[in-house]
Design a protein around this ligand. Structure first.
Ligand code: ASP
Length: 313
């Protein structure tokens, strides 16, 4: 039976990437192909400073990439973390799913796999991101003569935006796919892995119930198993609204913990995107002012909405 295709994404993704994805869905493309295609376009966008090329580097000036891909029809998934020097982490994550009996490859192993499958290499540090990193070091000090721990902790206190790519796609066959790709939190300690490549934390997808993906402070999403928990609540029969609010309430509780000495407070929010099995969507966040985009077959362009603010109460 034909189903209504839907694309749900974070608001930072350009309209044309989403609209092109909807055109492909209407021509019969699969959710997986469209999710990968949108993610690749965002990875190439130098104006997206928390994704792919142009992403902010770690405290040593290296761009370390995290990505995950989950197929809701089979519950198969693939992911890479702390990957350096490749243009499309999302495609490498998908290939991990397709070619290996594993889910997550990290660092050198992920790079070895990427090289073996012939993935395109790229120096992912843009001139603009390099300058921002040098500015940061000028403010917080450089690594010479001091440990990286203190340097990273000081740098992580400086405010900076975040815009990990989340996309959840439902195709005309009713299959769901979710893709997440990011360079993670700027100036992170080398080897730090966020929620994005962790299935269950930053990404989860099951055709029977729905899908969820997160953006913002990955450490919080990991601690509550945010995406898997959201889908589990749908499985238990909760409405999309109630499930999203419950998970974000738990995230707010964590983020409201006393902040003394908490070096991650500067990214003190999380936004959760959700789609249920019928293609209904919702977005929930621990602070106001966070948006999302959705496009259905009836919309000529994506429509922007504001994520529902849920606080602890
Ligand atoms: N969630 C990502 C992470 O913690 C960051 C982001 O959304 O920008 O790595």
């Amino acid at each position: 039976m034909a189903c209504a295709p839907v694309i749900l994404a974070n608001a930072e993704i350009r309209d044309e990437f989403i609209a092109e994805g909807m055109r492909d869905l209407l021509r019969g493309a699969s959710a997986g192909d469209v999710a990968e295609c949108i993610a690749r376009a965002v990875e190439d966008d130098p104006d997206e400073h928390t994704v792919g090329y142009g992403g902010w580097p770690n405290i040593l000036g290296e761009v370390e990439l995290d990505a995950s891909f989950m197929d809701g029809a089979t519950l198969r998934a693939g992911a890479v973390a702390a990957l350096k020097g490749f243009r499309h982490p999302i495609s490498i994550a998908r290939q991990v799913m397709l070619r290996l009996p594993h889910i997550l490859l990290v660092g050198d192993g992920a790079a070895r796999f990427a090289a073996e499958i012939g993935a395109e290499r790229r120096d992912m540090l843009s001139p603009e991101a390099r300058l921002a990193w040098l500015d940061c070091l000028a403010e917080v000090g450089d690594a010479e003569g001091e440990g990286t721990i203190d340097l990273a902790v000081r740098a992580l206190r400086r405010p900076l935006g975040s815009d990990t790519m989340n996309v959840i796609v439902r195709d005309a066959a009713g299959n769901l796919c979710s893709a997440v790709t990011t360079s993670g939190i700027a100036w992170k300690y080398p080897g730090r892995v966020g929620d994005s490549p962790l299935i269950g934390a930053g990404n989860y997808c099951d055709n029977r119930y729905g899908a969820a993906a997160c953006m913002g402070l990955g450490e919080a999403a990991i601690r509550v198993g945010a995406s898997a928990q959201a889908v589990m609540l749908l499985r238990l029969g909760w409405s999309l609204e109630a499930a999203g609010q419950e998970v974000v309430r738990q995230l707010s509780e964590l983020l409201d913990e006393p902040s003394d000495g908490d070096h991650m407070r500067r990214a003190d929010w999380v936004r959760l995107l959700m789609m249920d099995a019928r293609g209904h969507v919702g977005a929930f966040a621990t602070r106001p002012g966070l948006s999302f985009k959705v496009q259905t077959a009836d919309d000529p362009q994506p429509v922007t909405g504001e994520a529902k603010w849920v606080n602890q109460g």
